[in-house]
Design a protein around this ligand. Sequence first.
Ligand SMILES: NC(=O)C1=CN([C@@H]2O[C@H](COP(=O)(O)OP(=O)(O)OC[C@H]3O[C@@H](n4cnc5c(N)ncnc54)[C@H](O)[C@@H]3O)[C@@H](O)[C@H]2O)C=CC1
Ligand SMILES: O=C(O)C(=O)COP(=O)(O)O
Length: 395
Amino acid sequence: MAKTYGILTLNKISSVGLKRLPTASYRIGNDIAEPDAILVRSQNMHEMDIPASVLAIARAGAGTNNVPVAQMSARGVPVFNAAGANANAVKELVITGMLLASRNIVPALGFVASLQGDDASLHKQVEDGKKHYAGIELRGRTLGVIGLGAIGRLVADAAIRLGMNVIGFDPEITVDAAWSLPSQVKKANTVEELLKHSDFVTLHVPLLPATKGLINEKRVQTMKSGSVLLNFARDAIVDEAAVLAGLASKHLRGYVCDFPTAQAQGQAGIIALPHLGASTEEAEDNCAMMVADQVRDYLEHGNLVNTVNFPTLVMARESNYRLAIANANVPNMLGQISSTLAGAGINIHTMMNKSRGEMAYTLVDVDSLVPAEVIAQLAAIPGVLKVRDLPLDTK
Ligand SMILES: NC(=O)C1=CN([C@@H]2O[C@H](COP(=O)(O)OP(=O)(O)OC[C@H]3O[C@@H](n4cnc5c(N)ncnc54)[C@H](O)[C@@H]3O)[C@@H](O)[C@H]2O)C=CC1
Ligand SMILES: O=C(O)C(=O)COP(=O)(O)O
């Protein structure tokens, strides 16, 4: 009988993506017991008892801080994400956020909603009151972008097209990202240098130990007087109390974020959206399609694309028998894998191995069926974390 897979969904994942997993071989739902893979958006998985059956976790979005990545690495389980698939949606909301703040749109709408009377009275109140909501223009002002990945780059490009000057900071920028950055983006050597010169500062870094509290009390004070901070990355990247103090003293003009909190509710200068950055039809479909394809390719063929904890490794099928081995990046793993197979009389057709940090991954196409006892021997090699037997279904 052909192999079937169980996919547990922890959040609502777009049906456009789920349809890429054929119903003949994939059972998908929010109540799948012993799933082969989990698809998730923002649900916090840190306290979850993740079943031993799970071979892959895929975040239908960018940030994987809600997934216990280190725990999954130790189990040899890749954590995929949908790199860049929602970047345009976030970019458009960041631009919206800058405009909301620069033109005082939120209080202005509140003012209009509060008006009462006939047309003539409304007209008078509008013309008398509008002076309180006069704003500033974006053109000619400076935007500082911290984190020039998929989102930061698009925001930088859009801001330049609006006539803004852009300064960027990203000490870990990839070569590809640097090439795709508009040439007008000026490089800041430190966060402080960027903050000192920016009228708007937008954050597009992942939440990591190194980025937690990136904007703290001292850095709020370093920001230009009258500047606006935008946080569509993660709440914990900003020390919100420091920002509230900056708003209260009028040092900051505004804080636009995607992460409402109790302490910031109703505070002047705060514009908090309900984590809407990636909530567009297009982004939800793109993310779901991307992770569905990645998970299917991994479950059926062992290929790895877009994981946050494993190397990228894709190998065309060259025989009907394939082993996929997740292992620690330590010496002599390949030697032990090859000699175990040779000892069992199994000929290696093609073998590829790649490493990333502490993790390594090996795909081996062999010329004959691998008996269960050989799989057990491979799994028993110290440092081997998971061995998967992936014969092609040739019936
Ligand atoms: N509000 C929302 O709905 C959404 C929020 N996000 C958040 O935005 C984050 C960024 O997303 P992408 O741009 O797609 O990710 P990405 O991985 O393409 O880019 C992140 C960039 O941050 C840089 N970086 C890392 N540490 C840094 C540091 N200490 N200082 C400066 N730069 C640093 C990296 O080098 C990389 O270029 C996600 O991790 C997620 O937390 C992403 C999508 C939607
Ligand atoms: O992609 C991300 O990192 C996001 O924050 C989007 O979250 P969501 O999928 O909309 O719950």
